[in-house]
Unconditional design. Structure first.
Lengths: 406, 121
């Protein structure tokens, strides 16, 4: 049923899948790290550099005006994609990490000594380290919401959120696949007068994320995990909050008027975009959104849900395999095979032409202190994965177990 | 075969896994730990030194085939050697000892035990 929804022919859009790895079909199950790029996105970027290459916002000539229009269109698309109120709320950055650091540096200025910042124990380092740095800089307190049965412990959150200035939580865990109830978490944060930042790195590429519905103050996500090139990411912020924030980078295009002593800032979002932007990246992101919209986010989510259910069932039936995460989750499955190190699993998978990730997945405290593992192997899906990819992975696990038991 | 046979066999049946405990106060025993932050492997090496030579070597730890197999083969290799020669050992020497060239991303697994030794020799 699922496979009738998204045709296997979709793989033809992705040139990389023509490659053979160790003589085998390339099976890519590391989508939580980055996605593959369809030819439509690659062509859009190539077309820009071939025919429209110019710097934006300044040139009084046709090509520059076209490039500016393409850049602005890209923002318009991002705005619609996440249902933001206005384009002014969309700031381009390099990636999720940069977006979160941005907020920690700029909004972080409002944090006073002894005030509280709250994150959870399931955060990626990108939503942990910027807050550690801020807490140290401002002599603020950093508190961690417990993870219980692979979910954010909502009772613990309700306790810890009291008196918090900033709450920063992930929408989908990159290790557990847990989909957090962002709407409820945002509501509780706001009831306690805290700002709420949502790390959307693992959610925006895979499901419909609506910032109005979720009522998050900030949303951070990366283009490269959603078909776009590396180096383009998004910081969404509510306009009224962005208005009160100070820029963290100074330079060209972010000022309105400037004399030798002081400047006034440009309007949103440009006051946060100093210097020449990743214009080619923005155009790639625009093409990526077109692709995703054409396919349909609901269809993508449904496809991945079914595939994840299928994979989980097979993995759970496999002797010696342990999986980590809640029953209902996104297309991320972390697992270990008893007596075999995750890196040996990944190396063996590679020989079979399957790309997976192994290690602590940039969530070292979660893997070590919550899961009590030194490393875990992880397969993560996107809409171009099908049951046959999962079957090949399961077959690889069986072969590996045989090799280690001999 | 995923790795070299020799390496894989030593991972499954290590010959130099264990502790070295001081049996009298004159014995010179050095211990070092090393951790691989990328994959979480941890190792503890023990060496007994005598007259400028490695008299005995053992290791404890948990990790992947490459890190644990390499550690076992390295311990075997250094026993009886002059300390100054062990000190000179390079990452490339590990490749010779284990009979296998790891992918670049796994090289750090192979050199884990050597890194620990460098702390004490």
């Amino acid at each position: 049923m699922v496979e009738a929804m998204i045709s296997k022919r979709i793989k033809e859009d992705f040139p990389i899948f023509k490659r053979k790895i160790n003589g085998r079909r390339f099976i890519y199950l590391d989508n939580a790290a980055t996605s593959q790029k369809p030819i439509q996105v690659i062509n859009a970027i190539t077309k820009f550099y071939k025919f429209y290459n110019a710097n934006i916002h300044r040139g009084i000539y046709k090509v520059a005006e076209e490039a500016t229009e393409m850049y602005e269109n890209s923002k318009e698309k991002v705005k619609d994609f996440i249902n933001a109120k206005e384009k002014a709320e969309i700031v381009y950055v390099r990636n999720t990490t940069e977006a979160i650091n941005f907020v920690a540096l700029s909004l972080g200025e409002k944090v006073k000594k002894g005030e509280k910042i709250v994150v959870s124990k399931m955060e990626h380092h990108s939503n942990l380290v910027p807050w550690q740095i801020l807490a140290k800089r401002k002599k603020a307190k950093l508190e961690f919401v417990e993870v219980k049965d692979f979910e954010i412990d909502i009772n613990d959150f309700e306790k810890k959120v009291k008196g918090a200035k900033i709450v920063a939580l992930t929408h989908v865990s990159n290790v557990l696949g847990t989909i957090n109830d962002a709407r409820t978490l945002a509501k509780i944060a706001h009831e306690n007068d805290a700002y709420f930042l949502l790390d959307g790195a693992q959610s925006v590429p895979h499901m419909k994320v609506d910032v109005k519905k979720l009522d998050c103050d900030f949303l951070a996500f990366s283009g490269h995990k959603m078909l776009a090139p590396f180096g383009i990411g998004v910081l969404y912020g509510k306009k009224e909050i962005l208005e009160e924030m100070q820029p963290i980078l100074g330079g060209g295009d972010m000022i309105k008027e400037c004399n030798f002593l002081r400047c006034s800032w440009n309007e949103l979002p440009y006051k946060f975009e100093a210097g020449t932007q990743n214009i080619g990246g923005a155009i790639g992101l625009s093409a990526a959104i077109d692709y995703l919209k054409k396919l349909g986010m609901e269809k993508i989510q449904k496809h991945e849900e079914e595939l994840t259910k299928y994979a989980l069932k097979l993995l759970e039936d496999e002797a010696g395999v342990e999986t980590y995460g809640p029953k209902k989750r996104s297309g991320i499955i972390s697992f270990n095979i008893k007596g075999i190190h995750a890196h040996d699993v990944a190396s063996f998978f590679d020989k079979e032409g399957i790309a997976i990730r192994a290690g602590h997945h940039c969530a070292m405290p979660l893997v070590r202190e919550v899961l009590k593992q030194s490393a875990v192997a992880r397969m993560s899906f996107y809409f171009y994965n099908f049951k046959e990819d999962v079957d090949t992975a399961i077959e690889a696990i069986r072969k590996l177990k045989r090799e280690f038991s001999e | 075969m995923l790795y070299a046979e020799k390496l894989f066999q030593r991972y499954k049946k290590p010959l130099f896994k264990g502790k070295i405990i001081k049996s009298n106060k004159d014995e010179e025993i050095k211990i070092a730990t090393e951790e691989n932050v990328v994959c979480g492997d941890r190792i503890k090496v023990y060496v007994k030194l005598e007259k400028g030579k490695v008299k005995d070597a053992k290791f404890e730890g948990s990790g992947c085939v490459i890190s644990m197999g390499s550690a076992d083969l390295l311990m075997e290799n250094i026993i009886g050697k002059d300390i100054k020669n062990v000190r000179k050992m390079k990452d490339e020497d590990i490749i010779k000892i284990i009979g296998f060239t790891p992918d670049p991303a796994r090289m750090h697994c192979a050199t884990l035990a050597l890194k620990a030794l460098r702390k004490i020799l």
